[in-house]
Design a protein around this ligand. Sequence first.
Ligand code: ATP
Ligand code: MG
Length: 192
Amino acid sequence: MKIGFMGGSFDPVHFGHLAAAQDALERIGLDRLFFVPAAQAPLKSGVVQASGEHRLAMLRATTDDDARFEIYDCELRKGGVSYTIDTVRQLRVQFPDDTLYWIIGADQPERLHLWGEIGELVKLVEFIVLARPGYARTERTDIPGLRMHQCEGHLLSISSTELRERVRQGLPVDFFMPHKTIEYIQKTGLYR
Ligand code: ATP
Ligand code: MG
């Protein structure tokens, strides 16, 4: 089987993530797709705004009714800084016979050399890079063994940073994220 994993903060999850996941699923022909919320992403400036519990709840509200999407919550359960290499080592044990893909947006390839033990990571997973407005396609010939599949996708110019700012300013976030996520943010008062 071909299994894709999309890591991120999902602070909050939005249609950019979901469309990218759907595009990867369809265009690469994945059999399963997991979102992997990080407890704390190593390369993010500042800490995440919403707790792991809230971010997981928002992801669940979105994926519970959708049989195509699953959640792999080991990074949240473990806590601390979440290194993809640790997660992937665990995944290799859990899925020994499958082809594993790590799905990233186009803002990530230029930072890939900064990822922990990238030389080991590239042996264990192939990367799928989803195009993202504002980020040029980046090839990395300097990372030996890197397998990177470019995926054009639907190009949604949406980021969690912008959505957190819109909530803070009291602007509507309709049409950028699922209705259930919006309800959750309103109910909990997140990002205000
Ligand atoms: P933030 O603004 O807080 O960084 P974000 O919108 O970039 O949030 P992340 O949780 O950082 O969301 O992203 C998780 C993964 O999803 C990353 O690999 C990122 O590149 C990818 N991604 C996020 N938004 C998009 C988008 N609109 N199109 C394609 N990929 C995306
Ligand atoms: Mg980001």
